[in-house]
Design a protein around this ligand. Structure first.
Ligand SMILES: Cc1cc2nc3c(=O)[nH]c(=O)nc-3n(C[C@H](O)[C@H](O)[C@H](O)COP(=O)(O)OP(=O)(O)OC[C@H]3O[C@@H](n4cnc5c(N)ncnc54)[C@H](O)[C@@H]3O)c2cc1C
Length: 379
């Protein structure tokens, strides 16, 4: 049986997220965007109403919910502000390596205290010379009797500098390439971690993105997640599980742009009639709606596969790729519907367009998603 209806609990969660987005995020979105301001007060409130750490088991202080619920919440929060919404949900991504490969002891030690408050985690893979080509990372974790010494620089790290916990990917055997990558969980208070350049981003400016530098950071052997050399596998599984909520976040931004364009088209009069009376504008709005509905269905399907623990790499990649591509298209069309006013900061649509762009780049660029999808087709 196929069932597209939401349960009463899911509807209540979506209503909570919508109310939170309208009351707590939307009024502050422009200010946080303009000033690239970390939303610490909003995170505190989001944590208090249960909108953070939703996929973490209840026994560890999380919400005990699934990817489907995370997608419902992501769409609502990012419709108000993609940067603030992403900051609220980013722990879901950054803590996944622990859920994938952490021992009970590692989960108790690191995840439980983090979930007790509005604390943040960060996922550190990208380096200045290694983005799509993960096998080119130069950060090393040299094995010693008392653990590992991590050296290297990570770049473009969301929550960098404001996170208390870092899931770090480093090479324990450079000559093995991706098979030599291992994953580590590192608290920010260990000696040798520092924060480098704060990135001045085009969009999603409310989430902190920075360099994170590891200078002779000594971690115990118990900080390693999984076996040596399993890091790449853990990373791929982490991305695949989280792509549906990035897709949902893209849908949220696209939906906001469509709502703004629809309202504007009914208000703005040219040639003696509202823009909405011109078929060219009606068809734009209709095409935007078609893309959003299709993206949401792909997203929910991928989230469902993740929650059922069924194979999801192909569908997750499709959802992320399609939803972020249409978010870019829809937000660009929204600017067009607004005409000249769409291009100035007094109206919200230029922000949607800037925010949408990031979804096509992070969590694996959409070129890399197409590579994964083609591999799925050809395997
Ligand atoms: C806002 C933001 C937040 C981010 N947050 C994080 C984070 O929290 N943690 C983290 O580790 N990283 C993060 N990243 C980094 C992100 O994952 C990388 O930017 C991304 O993987 C692409 O790497 P790159 O920027 O080095 O681009 P490159 O890999 O240099 O790619 C440049 C272009 O070439 C294309 N390309 C590269 N290789 C191929 C290929 N084989 N075939 C076809 N096309 C190819 C790419 O698709 C892209 O269009 C973030 C990035 C952004 C913009």
């Amino acid at each position: 049986m196929v069932d597209f209806s939401l349960s009463d609990e899911q509807k209540a969660l979506r209503a909570l997220a919508r109310q939170f987005a309208e009351n707590e995020i939307a009024p502050l979105a422009a200010e946080h965007d303009r000033e690239a301001k970390h939303p610490s007060a909003i995170l505190e409130k989001a944590h208090s109403v249960g909108l953070m750490n939703m996929t973490i088991p209840e026994a560890l202080g999380g919400g005990g919910l699934g990817m489907m619920e995370t997608c419902l919440v992501a769409e609502e929060l990012t419709a108000a502000c993609a940067g603030i919404g992403s900051a609220i949900i980013a722990n879901t991504l950054a803590l996944t390596p622990l859920l994938v490969a952490g021992t009970r002891e590692q989960l108790e030690r690191h995840v439980r205290p983090l979930c007790a408050g509005p604390d943040l985690a960060a996922l550190c893979m990208t380096e200045p010379q290694a983005g799509s080509d993960v096998g080119a990372i130069r950060t090393t974790a040299a094995s010693r009797d008392d653990g590992y010494v991590i050296n290297g620089s990570k770049t473009l790290i969301d929550n960098g500098g404001v996170a208390q916990l870092y899931c770090v990917f480093a090479s324990t055997s450079v000559k093995k390439g991706v098979r030599g990558i291992s994953a580590f969980v590192v608290p920010f208070n260990v000696r040798g971690i520092s924060v480098g350049k704060q990135e001045d981003k085009m969009g999603q400016r409310a989430i902190n993105t920075s360099e994170v530098i590891f200078d002779n950071v000594l971690v115990s052997a118990e900080s390693r997640l999984g076996d040596e050399g399993q890091g790449f596998k853990i990373f791929l599984e982490t991305l695949s599980r989280n792509k549906p909520w990035i897709a949902a976040a893209s849908v949220g931004v696209a939906r906001a742009a469509l709502e703004a364009a629809t309202a504007y088209a009914q208000d703005r009069v040219q040639f003696g009639q509202p823009l909405a009376s011109f078929q060219a504008i009606q068809f734009k709005l209709a095409d935007m709606a078609i893309k959003i509905e299709a993206a949401r269905l792909l997203t929910w399907h991928a989230a469902w596969l993740v929650d059922q623990e069924l194979r999801h790499d192909y569908e997750s990649a499709i959802s992320k790729c399609y939803a972020s591509d249409i978010a870019m298209e829809v937000t660009t069309e929204a600017v067009q519907v607004f005409g000249g006013y769409g291009y100035i900061k007094e109206y919200p649509v230029e922000k949607y367009m800037r925010d949408a762009k990031a979804f096509q780049i992070y969590m694996g660029t959409n070129e890399i998603q197409r590579h994964i999808i083609a591999q799925g087709l050809l395997r």
